[in-house]
Design a protein around this ligand. Structure first.
Ligand code: NI
Length: 147
């Protein structure tokens, strides 16, 4: 029997946010030693880019894996928009006691995307979070994440 092709669809979203990297128990000097200029408590910003990979069968009726309108609502409106023009440290509860590293941001985003992509009966196969062309993280599932 012929089975439907499984294809991965990738969609990118962008948001601008401020953050800083500091540990409360360290002095200004120690924070600078550890995190460099990113430790400035007055914050700095990035134009973050998020690439989401979603896989599933191509539905013969539509020729699509996922209705891009549904993916846009999840990614842009439900998951990314709440971060846009925010200070991640001060305005996103997940980071109240956590460093706003790319690694932690990736876990935050994965945790919010996963149940939503699951609800479309699709697989979230990968997530890339970039703060610039030169620096990004990727996650492909399978490990324990921060709650
Ligand atoms: Ni930064």
């Amino acid at each position: 029997m012929k089975t439907a092709s499984r294809i991965t669809v990738i969609r990118k979203a962008r948001f601008a946010a401020a953050h800083f990297l500091r540990l409360a128990e360290l002095s200004d000097e120690e924070n600078f030693k550890c995190f460099g200029p990113s430790s400035n408590a007055f914050a700095h910003g990035h134009n973050y880019e998020v690439d989401v990979q979603v896989a599933g069968p191509v539905l013969p009726e539509t020729g699509m894996v996922v209705n891009l309108k549904d993916l846009k609502v999840i990614l842009n409106e439900e998951v990314v928009a709440p971060l846009d023009f925010k200070n991640l440290n001060l305005q996103v509860p997940f980071f109240e006691n956590r460093l706003t590293t790319l690694e932690n941001l990736c876990q935050y985003l994965w945790n919010r995307l996963k149940p939503r992509i699951d609800s479309l009966s699709l697989e979230l196969v990968g997530l890339k979070v970039a703060e610039s062309d030169d620096l990004y993280v990727e996650y492909f599932g399978g490990a324990d994440l921060l709650p």
